[in-house]
Design a protein around this ligand. Structure first.
Ligand SMILES: N[C@H](CCC[C@H](N)C(=O)O)C(=O)O
Length: 279
């Protein structure tokens, strides 16, 4: 079967997008593993299905490189908005996308008839341990000392619909993420596994971030991770609420604003190429 796809990226967090208004995908988990392979497939951090919705302008499902389904994806949802507008599926500059973490509202910034930047209402940050989930007790996990592998860390846990563990450290460029990442991802503390962000505080309201993603490994950027990290930085006193926080990732910069009502994320999105593949 010949399958049409569009390769898109948000800050280098690249996914293979499939228009399921047209195509039906029966086993997305296996397809994610096959298409994400950077040598034998198209190559990407996973796949994203764009589907019709009864409650929003469209529905999004995202699958990691290992085939596991993520409940929310910040970089991808901006690309989904771009896809819907640029391919004239939804001709609106404010649209809604249904995800496994609820319906998100997005505002599009259009240049020369195409979407360049998108602001997303990412919803409330969840801090209750049982809602992350993380097997620690308390009202919230903030700078909690734990042992991962053989090392001691202070972790702050936040859910943006998907689970995040944030660690503040200096010199994050020197971290051996291929070694550290899986220790966090597969720690018994996290029953659903975990996305882990390592954050260097550059100055007040300016963060530098690396991320080891559940199911995909180190990526160049993680939108939900940047939101979780900005929330964690406010909770730890490094950043302020209700102001723009700059999060610098390997693939570029996201602007995050943490308010009492929600977390706002603004960033870029781009189409790389489109094509067809026999599956
Ligand atoms: N890259 C995505 C997050 C993927 C999360 C996924 N790894 C999971 O939760 O399983 C982002 O931009 O938010």
């Amino acid at each position: 079967m010949e399958l049409k796809f569009t390769k898109m990226q948000g800050l280098g967090n690249d996914y293979i997008y499939i228009n399921c208004f047209e195509a039906e995908i029966n086993s997305p988990e296996a397809l994610a593993i096959k298409l994400s392979d950077r040598h034998f497939g198209i190559g990407g951090d996973g796949i994203v299905l764009i589907l019709p919705s009864n409650v929003a302008d469209a529905k999004m499902r995202m699958f990691n490189i290992d085939g596991s389904e993520g409940k929310m994806c910040g970089n991808a949802i901006r690309c989904v908005a771009k896809y819907l507008y640029d391919y004239n599926i939804v001709a609106k500059e404010e649209l809604t996308v249904e995800t496994l973490s609820g319906i998100k509202t997005l505002s599009l910034y259009i240049e020369n008839g195409a979407v360049e930047n998108v602001m997303v209402d990412m919803g409330k940050a969840e801090l209750l341990p049982e809602k992350i989930p993380v097997l620690l007790s308390g009202e919230g996990i903030i700078a909690e000392p734990v042992t991962i592998g053989t090392e001691n860390y202070e972790i702050t846990c936040v859910s943006m619909g998907n689970p995040h563990c944030v660690v503040f450290k200096d010199h994050i460029d020197d971290l051996d993420l291929p070694k550290l990442g899986p220790l966090f991802e597969n720690s018994p503390l996290f029953p659903d596994r975990i996305n882990t962000e390592f954050i260097e505080v550059v100055e007040r309201n300016v963060l530098k971030m690396r991320v080891w993603e559940r199911g995909s490994g180190e990526t160049l950027a993680c939108g939900t991770g940047a939101c979780a990290s900005a929330v964690a930085a406010v909770l730890n006193g490094y950043c302020e609420k209700n102001v723009d926080i700059q999060v610098h990732l390997l693939g570029g910069m996201l602007t995050i604003r943490y308010t009492d009502d929600t977390v706002w994320m603004t960033g870029g999105c781009a189409k790389v190429f489109e094509g067809t593949i026999n599956i």
